[in-house]
Design a protein around this ligand. Structure first.
Ligand code: F0G
Length: 442
């Protein structure tokens, strides 16, 4: 089955060979997508095959990405190597307390934090790193707010590639920085923000021939689209009403929308869920654009600020793809404050689930969308938690001990705070503390 790189520019439509190293259309500059013209599949047979693969011991079957390889046929798997760490396979977790908090009858989280490096980036990176292997490119690079770099470092190390990582100095969590170091990446902390560094590195990639694995690399999005395939497989192909996801560089929502549209076109599902993207209020250029009357020019946010550093992005590369997918699905965009993110995150923690700050934007956004009547209490909603609770322990400690400040220096209230207590080495006094301790409640 031929795969190609297609320009998404509506007036262009150029197509390029799958082996070309391109991050944007050489003719018009628009983003590229991996497409499979003429792809025809047998949904009923494949749904059975994918289910059977769950019990297989073969590495590709065990991967929650490559299990669905018929939908991402850009490699010749008989010939090309795949870099896999058994990504995907992330659970659906019911969260009644979080549902109540948002005003919903029920809510399910698809928790991408269960991935090998703790975020959804692994779903994409297995494809990006494998494409690097196929192209024979030995050096890979990315600019990252932390999770892409952690993931790329791991997949590069596993595949014997050299990883070069560019990070905004001082603005990524220690958990993520630690991962990059541990996986052996050359780690460069640049004194600039994500958007500024990305512009710089795009130029550098062209000059040095280093392979860029940011999400404008369309192979990454091929892997991330399988998050939706796995979700539907886990739900026996019942389509939810809404899929809610945080938005930063907007690769993930673009991938989800592409995957869902392809499933619809190929006959796996009969309708699309609506996509809701939630941004942090200090880094919400898509929200501004989506809700502007004219939807004329897309305006980047010059100095994006949020404690949810994963989504501290003011000039998201994939906004045209994201807009296309949100429109195609009848979706929406919401924005949430630092306090709203912090509270929602603590509520997700109280469900025994936990996530990193950016992921909690989903629950905070849902609460607002329900209050506004856009999401109905009885609707079937899946929120995607993008990163593991241990990605940013510093944030957690500060929140629960009343020390968390917004980027502007305003104190965040620890509404669901749970500070540790120091007790003497004395059984009686500890027993007294236990007796006095109120049940923390739901
Ligand atoms: N949630 C987490 C935990 C992330 O790490 C990111 C992005 C997002 C949400 C937003 O996803 O960019 O596809 O809209 N992190 C990138 C990184 C930018 O470098 O790790 P998006």
């Amino acid at each position: 089955m031929p795969a190609q790189l297609s320009c998404i520019g509506p007036a262009c439509g150029a197509a390029f060979p799958i082996e070309d190293v391109l991050y944007a259309c050489p003719r018009c500059g628009a983003l590229l997508a991996v497409e499979y013209p003429g792809l025809r599949l047998d949904p009923a047979a494949l749904k059975r095959t994918w289910r059977e693969r769950r019990t297989s011991n073969a590495p590709l079957d065990q991967s929650g990405v490559w299990r669905y390889r018929e939908l991402i046929p850009f490699l010749d798997l008989g010939r090309h190597a795949v870099s896999t760490l058994r990504e995907g396979n992330t659970p659906l977790l019911a969260a009644p307390q979080a549902a109540r908090y948002a005003g919903l009858n029920a809510l399910v989280f698809k928790h991408q934090g269960f991935n090998p490096t703790g975020s959804f980036k692994d779903n994409g990176m297995t494809c990006g790193a494998s494409q690097a292997l196929r192209l024979g490119l030995r050096r890979v690079a990315c600019v990252s707010t932390g999770n892409t770099s952690a993931s790329m470092a791991a997949y590069a190390a596993a595949a014997g590639l050299t990883a070069v990582i560019f990070l905004p100095q001082g603005n990524i969590s220690f958990g993520k920085l630690a991962q990059a170091l541990e996986y052996g990446a050359l780690t460069l902390q640049v004194e600039a923000n994500f958007d500024q560094i990305l512009t710089l590195v795009r130029g550098l990639a062209e000059k040095t021939g280093i392979y860029l694995l940011n999400s404008m690399n369309p192979f990454r999005l091929e892997g991330q689209k399988t998050i939706m395939v796995e979700l539907l497989d886990q739900r026996d192909w019942r389509v939810p009403d809404w899929v809610v996801v945080p938005g930063g560089n907007l690769g993930n929502v673009s991938a989800f929308g592409k995957g869902l549209r392809e499933l619809l076109a190929l006959g796996f599902i009969e309708r699309l869920p609506r996509l809701a993207v939630i941004q942090a209020a200090g880094a919400a250029p898509l929200y501004d654009y989506f809700h502007s009357a004219s939807q004329g020019e897309f305006r980047a946010v010059q100095n994006p600020e949020t404690l949810a550093t994963a989504i501290r992005i003011g000039d998201p590369v994939s906004w045209p793809k994201a807009m296309h997918e949100i429109r195609a699905s009848g979706g929406t965009v919401e924005r949430v404050t630092e306090q709203e993110i912090a509270d929602a995150k603590a509520v997700i923690g109280r469900c025994g689930i936990g996530c990193e700050p950016a992921s909690a934007a989903t629950l905070a956004g849902l609460k607002k969308l329900v209050a506004a009547g856009i999401v109905k209490p009885g609707e079937d909603v899946v929120a995607v938690l993008t990163g593991n609770v241990l990605k940013d322990p510093d944030y957690i400690y500060r929140y629960h001990t009343g020390q968390l400040l917004t980027p502007a220096g305003v104190a965040i209230q620890s509404r669901f705070g749970n500070a540790p207590r120091t007790v003497p080495h004395d059984a009686d006094r500890i027993a007294a503390v236990l007796e006095a301790a109120a049940d923390p409640g739901p």
